[in-house]
Design a protein around this ligand. Sequence first.
Ligand SMILES: Nc1ncnc2c1ncn2[C@@H]1O[C@H](COP(=O)(O)OP(=O)(O)OP(=O)(O)O)[C@@H](O)[C@H]1O
Length: 694
Amino acid sequence: MNEQQKPSKDKEIAKDPVPFPDEVIHLEETMQKLDTALKRAEEDVSRIDTEYRDSKRYMAEYRGEIDPHEMFQNELLLRQTDRTGAFAVSVRDRLAKLKKSPYFARIDFQEESKEADRLYIGRFTFRFEEEMLVIDWRAPAAGMFYDYEPGPAGYDAPTGRIDGKLIRKRQFKIKDGIMEYALESASHIQDDILQRELSHTSDERMKSIISTIQKEQNQIIRSENTGTMIIQGAAGSGKTSVALHRIAFLLYRFRNQLNSQNVAIISPNKVFGDYISGVIPELGEEPVYELSFPDIAEIQLQNTLRFEPDKDPLESEDRAWAQRVLFKSTAGFVRLMNTFMETLPERIFSPADYTFGRFNADKSWIQKRFLAYKAYPVKQRLAMTAEDIRSHFESGNIMGDPLPGKRQILKALTSMLTVKTPISLYQYFYKSIGKPELLCLPAKKTLEWADVFPFLYLNSEFEGLKESRSTKHLVIDEMQDYTPIQYAVINKIFPCRKTILGDFGQLLNPNHSHTLNDLLDLYTDARFTELKKSYRSTYEIITFAKRILNTDSPEPIERHGDAPDVIYCGSKEEELREISKAIQDFYHSGHTSMGIILKTNRDARELFDMLPPKPEVHLITPESSCFQNGVSVISVQMSKGLEFDEVIIPDTDQSRYFTDYDRNLLYIACTRAMHRLTLLYTKELSALIPDKTA
Ligand SMILES: Nc1ncnc2c1ncn2[C@@H]1O[C@H](COP(=O)(O)OP(=O)(O)OP(=O)(O)O)[C@@H](O)[C@H]1O
């Protein structure tokens, strides 16, 4: 970063980085206490470890001689020691992390008619010999740091609302136990610190933002009583960060009801999953379960059917396929399926009398029983009806005659179904709506990706779906990528609270036509919020990207950098030379990541194959599983959610980018850049790209 880009406050900070001698002393004292606490914690860990090993050795040596009761007691004890050990390790690890940076803020809060409290806020609580030295950023009182400037303030404590006055607000940057700077907060200071944080180079993993969470973000993170939340946020507005911090907050706030195993995140691909995987552990919580829509499909289909991976709509010329996908992507399609499913059980079950020896259940009685179980899927209703028939026969069996088994009855009832299998039912659905051509099975027992969730939805009424009982909170990122029918299935599998986030400005599938309103219609009770300020990119990059999308949003942050470069290359060879030169320059730039973003996965592979092989240059494909620093050659689709210090977008010609969807693609690609953006073209620049001079 050149000097011009640095926030002006930097120079001021450099002159007198820590103008408060009392804070230097306080930090020294805290560090000493942390040292002592860490030493004690290490001793605890090694003592428990020794106890555990000794007990294990004793049990192994005397296995034959110890009586079973004592053995059982020993095993219980061992398990208990194991748990205590794990706890001691987590305490030690937290203290070790705190030693690097014990806190990032101090607030002095005076409750009405009481003395002012001095609260230091950090990543975790640190209590030393009954003295509270650092409070967790998620503690109720810590919320005031994000929500208020000095003046009247308050917070909701477990005991009720506490009001008072915020007398002082200081912010610190402590690295490896050393205070780099300290600032007394006036309203503009927070922005300066935020700018310093945002000016940094990128990292392989997304990082926590606890020291600079903004007020509007904090309100989302800390909202406790909302059921489902939907967050529409502009590119770089911190949606993903906010969602992850919200999970950490909920795990802290509802510690007794919610643990990390109760939270799941649906992310678009494994690279993104890897990129965000560090945030929650960095905040001191166990990692949460990450899965994708294909993972969910596999769990639900359980090898009974296969499915083809989704095709890249930008690479396929298959119009009929595109029509099928489009049809199944609308909210109207869910309504169509709902109407079909309302009458489905009666339509496909045509009962006949069931007779076994002198026992008989007549068809109207069977029908009545079947209808009584309305809340259940057809197959389960049949099983329950079979049980009823069996009980009905048993009650009239005073002579003790042999009776049919439940399975035998169920077999007979199943033969009364006019449609026997889920796949034939799915075919029947398309026939019944008069559009059999909209179902295409690419191979035996194989679905197209666009059919997987409609099939599951229908099957929820026939065989039922496997509901996730352990998930109590589900996060869905990149909400705009999923169709209403996918949400309809998710609601059945995960009937829990949700945080759903994304940006409908980043819709990139030309065969999808659903809107934000369709999503809101599916969650009428949800709280909806918008994040409009963009934090990732410089003012110049965001202003440029907004002109591509023709929109007022996002609002850029006042962090300045170079204007984006739009470079004409006379030929493909020259473009390649330009890219190779940019890669060379990147190595000396001090930046850590560069994204070369192409329109499709195929384009990304082709360019990668043309570049001279270098260990620091990676190709990211839909099959990749991790994100690394260095140079990534990547498609727009795979770059979603990621960020790079520098971005190069080759091939920005009119022949490549000309539709409204291309507009979104360019917008997504541009907004991946934090500090520098370059667009290359070889013939005629895409008309979607603003004239640099305008
Ligand atoms: N309050 C903040 N303090 C510091 N950095 C922030 C803050 N909010 C967001 N950021 C940074 O801005 C960048 C974008 O954040 P994030 O990826 O969460 O945004 P997003 O809205 O999910 O983006 P997109 O939809 O474009 O992928 C990240 O580097 C994040 O650390």
